[in-house]
Design a binder for this molecule. Structure first.
Ligand SMILES: *Cc1c(COP(=O)(O)O)cnc(C)c1O
Length: 406
């Protein structure tokens, strides 16, 4: 064993300063240790040697361990190697990347698509590339952090509207139009990741069109979940051709990693010239691209997976509400169990873990203060028996914490 060299005074000073920040987080109950899985991601996982029913992943369809994806990854690595060794715009675009983009465009029913390293990278890249000084973004107050960060990187103005509130979106759009901006872009999550509610997309699109605004939808939690074969919220609401930018991730229901924007050829051409994560960060490994193509194959050929996801969702939601939990406004497999205080959410999560269920507590700043919760996501791969055992654990833990009403 080699010893770690003694840190210099400057290195120690930085650590001391950071430690003070960390102590403050611990005092406020906002310090979150990492949970380390000793097993593949799945409906059941092992943490600290304990086998747990897993309600904390975004692995909606269990595609991460689907034989076709595993085979595509293995064969892809054998044929193409491990990494690409370049950014897309220099030497890192391989035919498999363009094949994946063509498949995504066809799946999303758009002219073109462009793949990024992650959903986060897409939002940051797209917003910072498309918007400049003199433009404005109109954004739902509860949009995902990656959208907020993307907006921060632009010199465009921003106008926020109340969460999923069509009247307030109308006010924001009218204000944007009256000020004579060059480009107006309305941005919303398709499904909101912490509440599981669906954006009122038809109303948003109609109002955006009325005020000369383009619409961008982030379907990270909707792809593989909503719409025909999991095509997402644009398809769910029959709005093909009216949503300029369809963002998605390959890291959730698709079971791999990466992000994409499905849009016009012109948008794709523009992003290739301007999107900074595309220009300055290396491209996804070819085996990843092939695995993502296999994921689209599975979405198109095994619709029973999505049916099972929704059967499990209905069963679990019904169970939670019959027990008397407050599950907020969720309409999707994301079901929050509302606890108000962060300390209650943490206690609920701990009690669940003692009872064999892994469901993470989520507090500020991921959700607003006083809106702490345990967030659950069921998947297609959970068995009925597992979901019933999880409901028993919730009943027992919820009773102890006085969370059951009615
Ligand atoms: C998870 C998520 C992302 C980020 O996707 P990654 O591929 O994990 O980087 C972006 N937007 C929303 C709405 C998300 O839920």
């Amino acid at each position: 064993m080699t010893e770690t060299p003694r840190p210099s005074d400057a290195v120690q000073a930085l650590d001391r300063s950071l430690s003070a920040d960390l102590d403050r987080l611990r005092e406020e109950g906002l310090y979150h240790p990492l949970r380390v899985l000793e097993s593949p991601q799945g409906h059941e996982v092992t943490i600290g040697g304990q086998s747990l029913i897993n309600l904390s992943s975004n692995n909606y369809l269990g595609l991460n361990t689907h034989p076709r994806l595993i085979e595509a990854t293995v064969q892809g690595a054998r044929k193409w190697g491990a990494g690409t060794g370049a950014v897309r715009t220099i030497a890192g675009t391989q035919s498999v990347h363009e094949q994946l983009e063509a498949r995504i465009a066809a799946f999303k029913r758009t002219e073109a698509a462009l793949v990024f390293q992650s959903g986060y990278a897409v939002n940051v890249g797209v917003l910072s590339a498309l918007l400049e000084e003199g433009d404005v973004v109109v954004s739902d107050k509860l949009n995902h952090a990656s959208i907020i960060d993307g907006i921060r990187l632009t010199k465009a103005d921003r106008i926020l509207y109340e969460h999923c509130d069509l009247d307030d979106a109308e006010r924001a759009l009218a204000e944007a139009q009256a000020k004579g901006y060059r480009r107006i872009l309305l941005v919303t999550d398709g499904v909101f990741s912490m509440d599981g509610d669906i954006a009122p997309l038809p109303g948003l699109v109609e109002r955006a069109e009325h005020h000369g605004a383009a619409v961008m939808v982030d379907d990270a939690h909707a792809t593989g979940v909503l719409g025909d074969h999991g095509r997402g919220t644009t398809d769910h609401f029959g709005l093909h051709g009216r949503v300029a930018l369809n963002i998605g991730t390959l890291s959730k229901a698709a079971g791999v990693v990466g992000g994409y924007v499905a849009a016009s050829q012109t948008v794709r051409d523009h992003l290739i010239q301007r999107a900074r994560p595309f220009l300055f960060s290396s491209s996804p490994p070819p085996a990843v691209a092939l695995s993502c193509i296999a994921a689209i194959d599975v979405l198109e050929s095994e619709p029973e997976l999505i049916e099972r996801l929704w059967e499990n969702t209905r069963h679990f939601k019904r169970g939670l509400s019959e027990l008397g939990f407050d599950t907020g406004a969720s309409q999707t497999p994301i079901t929050p169990v509302m606890c108000r205080e962060a300390s209650i959410a943490t206690q609920l999560s701990d009690l669940l873990m003692e009872r064999g269920v892994f469901a993470q507590a989520i507090g500020f700043p991921t959700v607003p203060l006083g809106r702490a919760r345990v967030r659950t996501i069921v998947t297609a791969t959970h068995t009925r028996e597992e979901l019933d055992r999880a409901l028993d654990a919730f009943a027992d833990a919820g009773r102890r914490l006085g969370l059951l009403h009615g």
